[in-house]
Structure formats: structure tokens, C-alpha cells
Design a protein around this ligand. Sequence first.
Ligand code: GTP
Ligand code: MG
Length: 197
Amino acid sequence: MRITEASFLTSSANPKDCPAPNKPEYAFIGRSNVGKSSLLNMLCNRRKLAKISGTPGKTRLINHFLINNSWYMVDLPGYGYAKLSKSEREKFKKMIEGYLTERTNLSNLFVLVDSRHAPIQADLDFMQNMGVKGVPFAVVFTKTDKLKPAQLEENTAKYKERLLEDWEELPPIFLTSSTTRQGQDELLSYIEKINKN
Ligand code: GTP
Ligand code: MG
């Protein structure tokens, strides 16, 4: 699949304010600064569709984009952003959890993790929680351009090993870079396949 049309629709603070759930939806989540907004732009071949920043905490609302007039892509705020106040972090957490549990048209969630880092407990806990809630997800390694191939191989192998301590089988896994566009075809084919089912 190629994305030929992508437009920003709405920013919502409350899951109830999101667009009517009448199209399949794919959301991108992960820690602040992991590269969610960059990945969304990369998939759409657009540089400034979703706002990007070197400072964590850029995306603060649930952002809906309409793709090819047939499905929604959703850019979510990062979780685990340390610089937020406790009450702000609680507010974000409630917003994201509300979205994830209430959104009936959510076809798949992409959980982004930085390919440079060892598994982070907060990410693993988050995936566990998705399992409990029955939200289908895939794991997306980001920023692969920042690693040498051997290092990338080692990091992802370790990550898979860690996942297999929690899960009987691995979720779908993608390697991506918003800089080299690695993973674009694979992710879009995956979305296309789910859309057809
Ligand atoms: P929040 O909205 O703050 O949660 O962040 P985010 O997850 O949306 O991250 P964002 O896309 O804003 O990117 C954060 C920083 O990482 C920016 O400086 C990006 O340019 C950089 N970045 C994102 N993806 C990549 C990538 O694949 N490769 C490289 N080298 N840098 C990247
Ligand atoms: Mg963002």
C-alpha cells in the first residue's frame, strides 16, 4: 500500500471527542521522544504532518489523521515523560488508558521502542497491560540508523529474549528508521493486510 492522501483531522484531550469510530484505526505509542510523530510522517512521506521535537513531551493530545480516505492513523502522547508534574502525568495516563480501552475501531497498536536501548520495564509493563486488555499490538524498533548492523542485531535479539520471558510467542516486530525509511513497506503492508480482514 502507498499512502496517497494524508490529512490532519483533530486533536482531542478526551477519548470521547475523537472522530466517530467508523474506520479502522492504527495508533502509535511509546515513551516520549522515541520517534512516534517522526514515524507517522515517514509512513506518509510527509515531513510536517505530525509535529516533531527534540524535546520530549511534544505531542500532548490524541491526534487523528485520515489516510487514503479509508483509515485513521493516531499519534499519541508519550508515556513515562519524567519532566511532567505528577498530576499532569496522571492526566496523560488517564487519557491514554481511556483511549485504548474505549476505542472500538482500534485495529492495532504499534508500541515503539528505541532500538539503542535495553528493554525498559515500563514498556514491558505496558505491553502486559495491553495483553490483559486484549488490545492487539506490534513492537516497532525505532532509530535503527543510529546503530551499526551488528549492534542492532544484538539489541533486538536480547529484546526478543526478554519478551519471551513474558509471552508464549513474539508479537509482530518491525525495524524502522524515519531517516532511512527502513520498515516503511513492511509496516504499510501489515496495516493493509489487517484492513483487508
Ligand atoms: P513525543 O511527542 O515528545 O512523545 O515524541 P515522539 O515520540 O513523537 O518523537 P519525535 O518524532 O518528536 O522525535 C523525537 C526526536 O527523535 C526528534 O529529534 C527526531 O528528529 C528524532 N528521531 C525520530 N525518529 C528518528 C529516526 O528514525 N532516526 C533518527 N536519527 N532520529 C529520529
Ligand atoms: Mg510526538
